[in-house]
Unconditional design. Structure first.
Ligand SMILES: O=P(O)(O)OC[C@@H](O)[C@@H](O)c1c[nH]c2ccccc12
Length: 254
């Protein structure tokens, strides 16, 4: 993941990570969608695993999750499907899943299966830093990055701790709330990002609410790039692929 990110950043670009829900539109859509995002220039792709009880997901992501669950999509199926087509996709793949499905799968088998499927990183929103040892040792052994989320409300001390512990990139949440497209952002994020960048060894990406090319430009300029979920899911559903390309291109500085 580091080489790919460095290459993007050295070219003067910021990073762009689209989020999609695995199995939205049927499991058959997974590989074609990953290939499309890869070819459109995604720096990495965040792949959500559908789950019945999400915590931080806003309405768009929840609906996408429900659609995937009603298609009968399972974690095993997502891993198998990814494995069958992984070599066609250049971009690093990051799984976003809550801890419960991992427990159910079995931690050791989960790690060895995702490694075999070519997964490069993991985001587990409900796994606190203090509990990361549950899985981090096996992940480290296979060089799978455990990406940390940092919220706006954490104390300076806590922010620093999380920033230092994050691998792959640091996911800086830009709002006090849940995921979902929005019009604007309330807080001045400049200082927040400044201190995160000072503490972090990895790129700092902004995520939550980013939904226009202006947002992508603004957020990219204060950090190292962006994660966009709800807007991407919405555009994929409407098959507005040119709009997705414009969003991805908006992180280019030249
Ligand atoms: O949808 P948004 O507002 O563009 O935000 C990205 C977000 O959806 C994605 O990264 C994500 C989906 N579910 C999550 C749970 C926790 C943290 C992050 C996520």
């Amino acid at each position: 993941m580091k080489e790919i990110f460095d290459k993007d950043l050295e070219q003067g670009n910021k990073l762009f990570i689209p989020y999609i829900m695995a199995g939205d539109g049927g499991i058959d859509q997974l590989l074609p969608t990953l290939e499309f995002l890869d070819q459109s220039g995604a720096s990495a792709i965040e792949l959500g695993i559908p789950f019945s009880d999400p915590v931080a997901d806003g309405p768009t992501i929840q609906e996408a999750g429900k659609r995937a669950l009603s298609e009968g999509v399972t974690l095993h199926q997502v891993i198998e499907t990814l494995k069958s087509g992984r070599e066609k996709i250049k971009a690093p793949i990051i799984f976003m899943t809550y801890i419960n499905p991992i427990f159910k799968y079995g931690i050791e088998s989960f790690v060895s299966d995702i490694v075999e499927a070519g997964v490069d990183g993991l985001i587990i929103p409900d796994l606190p830093l203090e509990q990361k040892e549950l899985i981090s040792e096996s992940l480290d052994a296979h060089e799978v990055a455990l990406i940390q989320l940092v919220s706006l409300t954490s104390s300076e001390e806590r922010k620093k701790e999380i920033a230092q512990a994050s691998q792959g990139f640091l996911y800086a949440i830009t709002v006090n709330g849940i995921t979902g497209a929005r019009k604007n952002f309330e807080v001045d994020l400049q200082k927040h990002f400044q201190s995160l960048k000072e503490a972090s060894k990895v790129p700092v990406l902004a995520g939550f609410g980013i939904s226009t090319t202006d947002h992508v430009r603004d957020m990219s300029s204060i950090g190292d790039g962006v994660v966009v979920g709800s807007k991407i899911i919405d555009l994929l559903q409407k098959n507005e692929r040119d709009e997705i390309q414009s969003l991805i291109d908006a992180r280019k500085t030249k």
